[in-house]
Design a protein around this ligand. Structure first.
Ligand SMILES: [Zn+2]
Length: 342
């Protein structure tokens, strides 16, 4: 059932007009230098201006490998949040920033180490200083060409891994000209090195992969209980606009559905562990109910792997066997490996 949900969910590519003013895919004009997205079934990324100088770069359809990025500028200085999985997409982001009239970025913040968010770092560095949580740097260096390992057939372009060179552990404030940008580590959640990028004046949060909007949450490399705690932190920020790691821009109402899903995973893990059943058995038989409409539903089994480990006393973010988890996701996906959408 997992693959059906993933394939039939319509592309989500319109920002909520209540919280975002879309400038459309062609806001920066056509990109003659950009090769066409040959064979790509997804619409091109688009920019949305959320407040003066604050933009989200949204990549439909938000599935595997199609993350969001963004940038903040006061006209004199520019900070980028995350990049993209391929060189082509990262260069497109760079051209969109240039096309908006913003100066070249001097700071790049990574919300976590995953390749969709960091593979394009070298398109901005070394002119831009890469900033991230200390564990984001560690994990990025340890993971190497992580997307190549999962999806070797993708045309990534020239990917030179570039880890954060400035790291922090709890909180760090960056002043992008006149705009205050607070980097907050929520503890282990989606990964061990997550960063929330919070603009207190604009009340906008770039939530990284703590928030999938329209997609299934994914805590395999982080923590289920930590993700629930991170939602409380997100709520306490009292943002009006939430830029998810994947999917269209939304508001804080998105947190409730994520919390319900995570608690559902927790209950399923408790039942399964008590009954001596494997994560895959539990996932195959689970009644997804309202969560069936989320894309990438195969992530359920990976999330169960993490939940089982936590019930067995494993520390949040402790390494789990990615081959077993990805193998089980493929099995749940009808035996078809998940596709990288980039
Ligand atoms: Zn991620």
């Amino acid at each position: 059932m997992g693959d059906e949900t993933a394939r039939t969910t319509p592309p989500r590519h319109s920002a909520d007009p209540a919280t975002a003013r879309s400038t459309g895919p062609d806001a920066a004009g056509p990109d003659p230098a950009a090769p066409p997205a040959a064979g790509s079934a997804v619409p091109e990324p688009y920019l949305t201006e959320l407040a003066a100088g604050v933009h989200a770069f949204i990549q439909p359809d938000g599935g595997w490998c199609l993350n969001n990025a963004g940038f903040v500028t006061d006209g004199d200085d520019t900070l980028v949040v995350d990049t993209a999985a391929t060189e082509r997409r990262a260069r497109l982001l760079r051209r969109r920033i240039d096309g908006s009239g913003a100066p070249a970025p001097r700071t790049l913040v990574n919300t976590h180490h995953h390749g969709d968010h960091t593979y394009g770092n070298a398109v901005f560095a070394p002119e831009a200083t890469v900033v991230g949580h200390a564990s984001c740097r560690r994990e990025l260096l340890a993971a190497g060409h992580q997307l190549h390992a999962v999806w070797p057939q993708v045309a990534y372009g020239d990917i030179r891994l570039t880890a954060p060179e400035v790291t922090y552990t709890d909180e760090l404030t960056v002043h992008t000209g006149g705009i205050e940008v607070r980097l907050i580590h929520p503890g282990v959640a989606h990964t061990t090195g997550d960063t929330l990028v919070w603009l207190p004046r604009q009340r906008i949060v770039f939530a990284g992969d703590l928030v999938f909007h329209g997609g299934t949450p994914f805590v395999l490399m982080g923590s289920l209980t930590g993700s629930l705690r991170a939602l409380e932190l997100l709520r306490s920020l009292d943002a009006v606009t939430v830029v998810p790691g994947h999917g269209p821009v939304t508001g804080p109402e998105v947190y409730d559905g994520i919390e319900r899903y995570l608690r559902f995973v927790g209950r399923l893990a408790q039942e399964g562990r008590a009954a001596g059943r494997t994560p895959l058995e539990m996932a195959r038989e689970a009644d997804l109910g309202p969560f069936a409409e989320l894309a990438e539903s195969e992530r359920l089994v990976a999330n169960l792997h993490r939940a089982y480990a936590e019930l067995a006393g494993a520390a949040p973010g402790s390494p789990l066997d990615p081959i077993a988890a990805f193998g089980d996701m493929t099995a749940l996906n009808g035996g078809v490996p998940m596709a990288c959408h980039a």
